[in-house]
Each structure stands twice: as structure tokens, then as C-alpha cells.
Design a protein around this ligand. Sequence first.
Ligand code: ADP
Ligand code: ZN
Ligand code: ZN
Length: 712
Amino acid sequence: MIARALPLTRTRAVRGLFDYRLSDAQVGSVEVGSILRVRFGPRRALAVVAELAESSELAPDRLVEPDAVLAPPLPADLVELAGWMAREYCSTPARALQPMLPPGIATGMRSKRALVATLTAAGVAALNDNTHLTDGQRTAMEALSRHGPTVAARLGTPVLRRLEGRGLVSLSHAVQRRVPVAAPIGSSRTVPELTSEQTAALAPVLEALAAGRTGSFLLHGVTGSGKTEVYLRAVQETLRRGRTAIVLVPEIALTPQTLSRFQERFGDVVAVIHSGLGQGERYDEWRRLAGGEALVCVGPRSAVFAPLREIGLIIVDEEHESSYKHEGDPRYDARAVAEHRAAAHGAVLLHGSATPRPESASSLERLRLHRRVDGRPLPPVRILDMRGQHHPLHPVTRAALSDLKRDGGKAIVLLNRRGWSNFLSCRSCGRVWMCPNCEVALVLHRQGAFVACHHCGHRERVPERCGACGSVSVARHGAGTERIESELAQALGDRSFPVLRLDADAPGAGRGGVLRRFQEASSAVLVGTQMVAKGHDFPDVALGIVLDADQTLRFPDFRAEERTFALITQLAGRAGRGNAGRVLVQTLAPEARAIQLAARHDSDGFLAGELERRRLLGYPPFRTLVRIVCSAVDAADATAAAMALRAGLDPPQTAVLGPAPLFVLRGRARVQLVLKAGDRQGAIDAVGAAVDAFVGTRAARDVNVSVDVDPQ
Ligand code: ADP
Ligand code: ZN
Ligand code: ZN
């Protein structure tokens, strides 16, 4: 028997399947998806079995046996999925398989085993008659009687050994599951009666599940309309029909409550996979899923590769979030992968959001939730014109914060910019402090007394004088979250009214702590970047404030409008869930469509207008964008590469824009081509062929080419 396998190498040059002869002992244990350890040239590599065959075209003396068959195998459908991803994102199957592999497979990780003590029948009897026991023995046995089998070390192994000698306790080695601890905030154990809107929204999903047919739905509901409850019911029905479910969330750390609601409802059959887990926990969770012990996987984008079989439902919560797009090779979009995987399993796909993407609104069957479960109206939103204002906070904003301090309550202040000031310049010669590796200004972080590049991470001490003219007069421009936090703390903060900050500068582990403090305080202000609008589990706030709301609009990106609309709407969703709340939006562009419509909570109006605009401009979903970026230390090499690629590209119904230079990043010049394609597959195939042809040439030696299909 021949196993045709894909070696897991990073090089683009390695293509196709490689044949290995299976020994008689291996034949029974190898299937499509099995992971082999093989000799590959002079090295050892892992390889994934893609096909089994009776014979090989290779001469028998060139066939070798795999060194080992590793357990457990990947579900077979993931092998097909990797092939699809490779084509769809101009990558290779080996690279696409990388995020699907069992955790710890390359390092030979194992389950954790421990000595576990169990009370024997004689032991149970001994606790109830006059058998002589020392105090220590009695304590240990009573603990076993109360809690059941327990890790011996926890009760004292020597005592247990003596009890084992008397036949009262048995000791054995057993696998110890490493349980990831989520951080549940609050808990709601009761299963609520669905509202009539929820019932209506759920009906088509249940129907598709009952019919066992695929269906793709978009649950479009305002924040607090009970979308999660709809997901829970859909999962319940899926499990009842003997199938499994995947629930994708943007980031576990910001949505711990979503996870804990699934755990509360379904218990141990819920597994969680995310980067915050230890290797051991990830190993155990993965195997619980692969082994059929866990039937629901909750996690961020990579959870779309959960090794589940018989998938009946894939949910994508907060489907508008850009974190679903992976920024390394392959540049996959978990939403598109979810769609493909759902189709392969005959499963139902359910996206949900308060601010869905125009792409989803136009292609999925829309289910609406118009009202909040608690019946409260959405908060009024007031737009504050910042033109002519010099203080970073509008007088109305300052007054609202003072009122809040007096009356009590919580506020969230959203400013999508980290640090203290945007950039520094010399007051005498005008020089701006720039990153030495990138063509961007350095941002001042006063807390750490450094300036930093937000693109490459470069840091240096806060300059005391200008390197060009020697002047000691340095001007600071603009305000970031640090500065707003400091200003608010000075003006308003005290022990009863703490000012907290949440952004990417807060270490991942500290974010949970900040959230909890904000949750537990009776009055507080939370200042932060877009994270504060995304966290699903914020308590009710009385006041939501967006600073520099048009900042995201100034991005040269066709999704700028969509992002701005989503950000304001999401923040507004945090306000006034319980109490009456209100929202203030500071902007230099008070007339902007995205801001006006967000202030009116008009997401239907926004989607309709946005789709029309995209149709006119030839953007997704009407056309497919493909971005090719050539980067090199020498700008001439990058440009030459882009020109060469462009010359080899003539896909059908496609406009090729560029080459256009991008700013230098990490010391590399970058030049991009953008394709606006009417024929998606034609364009992807053409780009794949052009890149493959190019990477073999001499001109490609010092150039890195990256392809991004559906760039964010
Ligand atoms: P969304 O995901 O749309 O923002 P959630 O699912 O978080 O909304 O629901 C908001 C709140 O309403 C939650 O506390 C949830 O437990 C509660 N809830 C949801 N559905 C119902 C219902 N049918 N009856 C009572 N409470 C509900
Ligand atoms: Zn100067
Ligand atoms: Zn930099």
C-alpha cells in the first residue's frame, strides 16, 4: 500500500505529493489525514497523507517507508480544505495545513498522567464501621468519598500508599486533562424564553438543520437584541441531531462572556482553542475535539480548523471584525473558510453582527432582530463639531463627564490611537521624528518615556534635542489614549471615579484585569482604542464618547466608511442597555455619511448606500480585490519585480492598478499591484501562475512577493 503525502515544508518550490510505502504494520493505521514522520531529502519532516494508492509510479527501490505514523490523524476534510485554501489564497497546501496541525505534534508532546486515588468498596465500608484509621488516613478517605477520584499528590501519596496496602484505596496512573480556565464575568444559568423576534429569526435556521441542508444566514441584530441566545439554541438543536458545532468569536480575551455562556449551557462538551492557552491545554482540547469527547469548539479564527467530524453548524459572531482575516501566509479569511467548510459538511452557516459587512448583507439570508431584549431604545447620539476647537475634549463632552462624576455612572471614551501624541517635531527646523526602518512618524509614549514605531516596534528614548539643528524645543502634536487618560485623570479622577485605560499597550493578561475593575466599579471612565467598542461584555454605561470619529475615515481604504460606521454603532451599543444612556461623537467631519447614519442607528440605510457606492466604484462584493506586494531592501528591485509581474498578468475582466509605491516598512521598500477582478477565479489563477513563474527567476532573488486575496 502506498501513502501519497504532502511534506510540510515552507518552500514554495516543493510541489505535489510524495509516495511512501507502508509497512504491513502501518497499513491498518494510515488513512487520509494521517500524519507521518518521513525522510525528506537529507532531513526529517512531517507529512500529511492526502491519498492512498495501490501502487506507485516510482521504482520500488526508490520507495521508502515512513519512520512513524503519529496520532491522532487530521480529519480527512481538512486535507481537502488545505488544498482549496492554497488555491484560493495563492499559497501552498503545506502552508495551509500548518494552522490545522495538532498542537505539540512536532515536539512530541504527550498527555499528562498522574497517580490518582480512588476509594475501594472496602474503603467505603471502612469509613462507616469501626475500622481503625489514623486522623490523616480518615481525612484523606473522607476527601475521596466527597470528591471522588483525586490526584494522589494533593492528599499525600505516603498516606494513600499505606491505605492501598490495606485494600481501602486503589492507586493508578490516569490521564489528567489540563483544563483551560476561562474568566467568566457574571453568570446566567437560567434558559430564557425566546422573544417573538428571536423565535422568528431562529425558525429558518432550525428548518435548515432539520432538513440537513446547507443554509447561509446573517443574524443582523442591534447590540443587546439577544443574538447569543439564538446561537445557543441553534447549537442545542445541532447537538440534538447528533452533529457538532464551531463558534467563532473575534478574540476570546474580549469576549469571555460568550465563551462562558456556551460552557454554562453545554458543559464539558465545549472545548476552547486560542493562543492564550498553554501548549498542554491546547493539546488536550484539540484531542478532546478529535476524539469526539468535545462537540462544540469556541475560539478565534483558527478554531475554524477544529478537528470536528459531522459538523452541522458554524457560527461567526461579530462577523464584521477584521481579526477574522489572517495576516500571515496563507492570508486566509476565516469567514470564507467557514463558508467552504460548512458547504463540505452540509452544515448551516450563521453569521451575526449589529453592523454586518455589505458583502454578507448581499449574499446571506438576512434574519433581523430590531429591538433590544430589555425593550430599551437605542441611546440618542449627538454629533459634536470639533472644527475651531482647541482642547481635545469638546465643552459638551467635558460637561457631560462632570455631570457623570456628580451623579455616578460609567463612561467609555473611544479614541483609535495609542500613545501620548501622534508625532513630535522640532520647533526650530520643523524636523519630524521618524522611524529609522519605516517611513512613518514615531509616536510618543510618555508612560514609558520612549517614542515608538507602531509598525515595526522600533523604540528610542524621548529626544531631548533635535538631531538636525540642536534645538531643545520639541513640539508634541495630537492626542492619543495615554494623553486623554491623563487629562481625564487630572480633571476628574479620584478613588471614587477611577480613570482606566485599555489598548494594545496594556499587556494581554492585564486587559482582563482592567475590564474587571471597570465592571466592578460603581463609577468609572474607561479610555481606549477600538477594543473598548469590541468587548462584548462591558457593563452598561451611561455615557459613550467617540473622539476624532473621522480618524478612521481618513484611511485610504474602501472599507474606511464601514469601519467608522461599525465603531460608532458598536460603542453606542454599549450605552444605555440598562439605564438611559447617551453618546457623544466628536468629529471634524460632522456631515460624513457614515457618522450621520451611525448617529441615527440606521444600519439598513448604511448598508444600502454602501452597496450602491461599492457597485459604482467596482469594489467588493461586486469585484474581487487581489493585492500583490513586492518588497526588497533596494527600492529598484521591488519596482522591477512589480513591473515584471504586471507584464505577465492579463487576467480576464480585470483592471490591474499600479505599480504604486507604499511607505517603507521594516527597512524594506514596497511596491504594490492591485487587481480589481470581475472574474474572481480567473484572476486568482492568473496571479498564482504569474507569481510561480516569477519566483523562479533571477530577478526574484532579493524580492519578497506576497499575495493577498480579499485584503482588509
Ligand atoms: P447580543 O448578542 O445581541 O448583543 P445578548 O445575546 O448578549 O445580545 O443578549 C443581551 C442580554 O439579554 C443578555 O444578558 C441575555 O442573557 C439576555 N437575553 C437574551 N435573550 C433573552 C430572552 N429571550 N429573555 C430574557 N433575556 C434574554
Ligand atoms: Zn531642529
Ligand atoms: Zn518602524
